[in-house]
Design a protein around this ligand. Structure first.
Ligand code: ADP
Length: 776
C-alpha cells in the first residue's frame, strides 16, 4: 500500500492515489524492500511499461527528502522533456526540477539550486569535465535504460560517467533501470547494488507470429486473421484491431518506411472513422501543418487526417507531441514508428506489430536482425492496463518456415546479456583524456585503477586487452600534444584541457587544428606561388541543381592579392572541416550522389581545408565526399535556401537539419576556442560561419536574425523592406515593419520590443501600402 512507504515525503501517498496508484506493482514493492527509499543501490531489470519510472521517483524523492539532490540520466535528448514533464508534477510540493541537454561547454551553474536534474549521459560527462561544483552535492543518481552500456557508441560514456560520479561521491545512491536482460546480476555486481530481476507485467502479453490467414500465438492457439485481396498483412492486422475498436503500433526499420506505411495505412483506417473523429483529426492535421512548412509536415498531416501517423527521430518535437497525444486520445488509430524512441515514449496500444525484424547495419554491410532485447522492448508496448484485457505483439512472417524461425529467434528467446564496449579505441581516446584532464588519474597505473571501476573490468578476464588499448591511446594523445608523460606522471596539456572541456573527441580536435594549420601554411606558401589557394572556384555548372557558391567564395574572385587572409576562409571550407570530424554524423551518399559530389569537389576543392585524400584511399575519400554533402547542406541553410528544398535535396527530415545545424554550431564554437588556443588567426571567419549557420542566413542578415522573434524568413522580409540591421529596426517606421511582417500585429509588436523600440504598440498603425515583400 502506498501509505506504508518508508522514507518518502509525506505528501507522496496522496499524490500517488490522485494518480490512480493505490498499491505498488510487485517489482516496485521488491525495490522498496531492497531499500530503494532508504538510500540503497539498486538494479531493476523489469519489462517495458511495468512501472520503472515510479521506482526512480521513489529513490529520488526520498533522497531529496533527506536533504539531498538527485540526478536522472536519460539515454536520449528526446526523452529528457518527457521526463521533465513527469517530474514537474512535484513542483507543487516545492521541488525544483532542472533539465540540461544543451551545449557541452558550460558548467550549468544554474542547476546548483535544483532538487532533481535531468540530463543525458554526455551532458553529465561534460558537467564533470567542467568541474560543475554541484556534482559533488548529488546524493542519488538514477540511470534509465542502463542496458545501453552495450551500445558501442554511447555505452562507454555512460559507463565512465557512472564510475566518475561514484568516485566523486562514495556515498552516492546508484539506481539503474533496465529492460529485461540476460545478465542483470552482472550489472548489480558492477554497481554494488541489490537486484530486482522480474518479468512481471501489469497486463498479460501474448506474443505471436502472423502468416497466411492466421495469427499463431505463443500459447499454441491460432486465431483466424484473414488477409483480403491486395491487402498487406500489416493492414489486415490493423483492420482486425480496428473492428474490435483497438489501436495498433507498427514498428518498421527506417524513417522512410515509417512514412510510407503510415500513408498506406491511412487508407485502411479512414473508412472506420466517425464524422466527429474526422473533424477532430482535420484540426490536428492543421496544427501539424502550422508547425513547419515541409514535405514531412505535409505527409504527416495527410496521414493524420486519415487516422494514421508516423513517428521517428527526424520529426520535430512539436510534431512528435501532436502525434503522441492524438494516439493516446485514441484519435489516431495506428502509429508507424522506428525503434529509436520505442523504449522511452509511453504510448501503449492494444496491438504491436513488429513488421521489420531486420534493419540496415553499416558495420554488417547489409541487413542484420534486431536484438531480442529490442524486439521485446517494442513488444512490451502492447496492452493498455485497465483498458485492454491483454496485449498482443505480432511478428510478420513471409513464409511458412519463417514462422518457426521467428518463434525461435524472438518469441521464445531470452534477451541477450549486456556487455561493455569500453575497450575500443575511439571510446577510450575521449575518456582517457578527460579522466586525466579532470584529475581522476595522474599516472598510467592510476588510470588502470580507475578503469577497474567500470563494467568492462568487471566483465573481462583479459586485463591485458585493456592495458594494450590504453597504451595505444596514450601514445596517440601524446603525439597530438594533448597529454604529456614525464617521469611516469600523466598531465593534460593546455590544449588537452581545452579539448576535454569542449567535449570533443580528441580526433576531432586534431582534425580541426590540422585543417586550420594547413590553411595557414597554404596561405603563407602561396605568397611565393603563382596561384593563391583562395582563388575563386569556378561557378558551378548551370545544371548542377545547386544555388551558386556562397558569397564569401565569390568575393575572393578577382582578388590578385596572393597574401591570403585567414578571414577569407570560406564558410563551406569550415563546414566541411567540422563535418569530417568523428563528432558529426555525416549524411550518407545515396546512389548517384558520388558522381554529383565528386564534381562538386572538383569545383570547390580550393575552398576546403587540408589536402583531399586520393581516390585510391576508398574509405577516406568516401568520407571526404560525405562531409562535402553535409557541408553543402549547412551552406544551403546559411544561404537561406528554404527548409522544404533542403529536406528534398538531401533526403532528410526537418529534425535532421536542426540536428546538423546544432552540431555544426557546437563544433565551430569549439574550433574558435581551438584556433585561439594554438594561436591561429581564424577566429573571426569561424565565428561568422557559426553565426550564419545558427540563424540560417547570409552575412547581411546576421544582425537582424539575432533579434529574438525574428528568424531567417522575417529577417529577409525586413531587409527587403529596407530595414537592414537591429538599430534600423529600433528606429523603423512602424507601418513599414507591419507591412514587412505581413500585417501580423502581435509579431510586429514583439519584434519591435525585442529590438528595443521605444513604443512598440501597433495600435492604429496600418501596413505601409508601398512595401511589397514577396518571398514565397
Ligand atoms: P516503464 O518506465 O517501466 O516503461 P512506466 O513507468 O512508464 O513504465 O509505467 C507505465 C504506466 O504504469 C504509467 O502510466 C504509470 O503511471 C503506471 N503505473 C506505474 N506504477 C503503477 C502502479 N503501482 N499502479 C498503477 N499504475 C502504475
Amino acid at each position: 500500500d502506498v501509505a506504508d512507504l518508508p522514507g518518502v515525503p509525506e505528501w507522496l501517498p496522496d499524490h500517488l492515489r490522485d494518480d490512480g496508484i493505490e498499491e505498488l506493482y510487485p517489482p516496485q514493492a521488491e525495490a522498496v524492500e531492497a531499500g530503494v527509499t532508504e538510500g540503497e543501490n539498486l538494479v531493476a531489470s523489469i519489462p517495458t511499461a511495468s512501472g520503472k519510472t515510479l521506482i526512480a521517483e521513489l529513490a529520488m524523492l526520498s533522497s531529496v527528502a533527506r536533504g539531498g539532490k538527485a540526478l536522472y540520466i536519460v539515454p536520449l535528448r528526446a526523452l529528457a522533456s518527457e521526463k521533465q514533464a513527469d517530474f514537474e508534477e512535484f513542483e507543487q510540493y516545492g521541488l525544483d526540477i532542472g533539465v540540461s541537454t544543451g551545449n557541452y561547454e558550460s558548467e550549468g551553474g544554474w542547476l546548483a539550486d535544483k532538487d532533481i536534474v535531468v540530463a543525458t549521459s554526455e551532458k553529465v560527462d561534460s558537467l564533470v569535465r567542467n568541474d560543475a561544483p554541484w556534482i559533488e552535492d548529488l546524493t542519488c543518481v538514477v540511470t534509465d535504460e542502463v542496458h545501453l552500456v552495450d551500445d558501442g557508441e554511447r555505452g562507454p560514456t555512460l559507463e565512465v560517467t557512472l564510475a566518475k560520479l561514484r568516485r566523486l561521491n562514495p556515498d552516492l545512491q546508484t539506481v539503474a533501470l533496465s529492460a529485461t536482460i540476460g545478465n542483470a546480476e552482472a550489472l548489480a555486481t558492477w554497481l554494488d547494488a541489490g537486484l530486482v530481476d522480474s518479468d512481471w507485467r501489469p497486463i498479460d502479453l501474448q506474443k505471436g507470429v502472423h502468416y497466411g490467414q492466421a495469427l499463431h500465438l505463443e500459447d499454441g492457439s491460432q486465431q483466424r486473421l484473414s488477409v483480403q485481396n491486395n491487402e498487406k498483412q500489416t493492414a489486415a492486422i490493423v483492420r482486425d484491431t480496428l473492428e474490435d475498436d483497438g489501436s495498433t503500433l507498427v514498428f518498421v526499420n527506417s524513417r522512410r518506411n515509417a512514412e510510407a506505411a503510415a500513408g498506406r495505412l491511412a487508407n485502411t483506417v479512414r473508412p472506420h472513422l466517425t464524422d466527429e473523429e474526422r473533424a477532430q483529426l482535420a484540426n490536428i492535421a492543421e496544427e501539424i501543418r502550422d508547425v513547419s512548412d515541409t514535405e514531412t509536415s505535409d505527409d504527416l498531416a495527410d496521414a493524420v487526417a486519415g487516422g494514421a501517423a508516423f513517428h521517428h527521430a527526424g520529426l520535430s518535437r512539436g510534431h512528435r507531441e501532436l502525434v503522441e497525444d492524438a494516439f493516446r486520445d485514441r484519435l489516431v488509430k495506428v502509429v508507424c514508428a522506428t525503434p529509436t524512441l520505442a523504449a522511452g515514449v509511453n504510448t501503449p496500444s492494444r496491438r504491436v506489430v513488429v513488421r521489420d525484424w531486420r534493419r540496415y547495419d553499416g558495420t554488417a554491410g547489409g541487413m542484420a536482425p534486431l536484438s531480442v532485447l529490442e524486439v521485446h522492448q517494442m513488444m512490451g508496448r502492447a496492452g493498455r492496463p485497465g483498458r485492454d484485457p491483454y496485449g498482443e505483439a505480432v511478428l510478420i512472417a513471409s513464409s511458412h518456415d519463417e514462422v518457426d524461425e521467428l518463434f525461435e529467434r524472438y518469441v521464445w528467446a531470452d534477451p541477450e546479456p549486456v556487455r561493455s564496449k569500453l575497450a575500443a579505441e575511439p571510446a577510450l581516446r575521449t575518456h582517457i583524456l578527460a579522466t586525466v584532464a579532470s584529475g581522476f588519474a595522474r599516472s598510467r597505473e592510476g588510470l588502470l585503477e580507475f578503469l577497474e571501476q567500470t563494467l568492462y573490468a568487471s566483465q573481462t578476464d583479459d586485463s591485458g586487452q585493456l592495458e594494450r588499448v590504453v597504451d595505444d591511446v596514450l601514445t596517440y594523445l601524446q603525439r597530438n600534444d594533448f597529454l604529456e608523460i614525464e617521469a611516469g606522471e600523466l598531465d593534460a596539456t593546455s590544449l588537452g584541457h581545452t579539448v576535454s572541456r569542449l567535449y570533443l573527441d580528441p580526433m576531432s580536435a586534431a582534425e580541426i587544428v590540422d585543417g586550420l594549420r594547413d590553411w595557414e601554411r597554404g596561405a603563407s606558401d602561396s605568397t611565393s606561388a603563382s596561384g593563391s589557394p583562395t582563388d575563386a572556384p569556378a561557378e558551378p555548372p548551370a545544371d548542377s541543381g545547386f544555388t551558386p557558391a556562397n558569397e564569401l567564395a565569390e568575393d575572393k574572385g578577382g582578388s590578385d592579392d596572393a597574401d591570403a587572409d585567414p578571414d577569407d576562409i570560406s564558410a563551406l571550407g569550415l563546414y566541411h572541416l567540422v563535418s569530417r570530424t568523428p563528432d558529426m554524423y555525416q549524411l550518407y551518399l545515396r546512389s548517384g550522389d558520388r558522381e554529383e559530389y565528386e564534381m562538386e569537389l572538383f569545383e570547390r576543392e580550393a575552398e576546403l581545408l587540408g589536402p583531399t585524400p586520393s581516390e585510391f584511399e576508398e574509405g577516406r575519400f568516401e568520407d571526404w565526399l560525405s562531409a562535402l554533402k553535409t557541408a553543402r547542406l549547412l551552406e544551403d541553410w546559411a544561404t537561406e535556401v528554404d527548409e522544404a528544398t533542403i529536406t528534398d535535396r538531401y533526403g532528410v527530415g526537418p529534425g535532421d537539419i536542426r540536428g546538423k545545424v546544432e552540431t555544426a554550431q557546437w563544433l565551430l564554437g569549439a574550433a574558435e576556442s581551438l584556433a585561439s588556443e594554438v594561436d591561429l588567426d581564424a577566429a573571426r571567419a569561424i565565428s561568422e560561419a557559426r553565426i550564419r549557420v545558427e540563424h540560417g542566413v547570409r552575412e547581411e542578415l546576421v544582425d537582424l536574425a539575432g533579434v529574438r522573434g525574428v528568424g531567417r524568413k522575417r529577417a529577409r522580409r525586413l531587409f527587403q523592406a529596407g530595414i537592414t540591421d537591429r538599430s534600423e529596426l529600433r528606429d523603423a517606421d512602424k507601418s513599414v515593419v507591419l507591412a514587412a511582417l505581413q500585417g501580423r500585429r502581435k509579431t510586429a509588436e514583439n519584434v519591435l520590443e525585442n529590438a528595443g523600440h521605444r513604443d512598440p504598440s501597433m495600435e492604429g498603425v496600418e501596413p505601409a501600402p508601398d512595401v511589397s515583400v514577396d518571398l514565397d
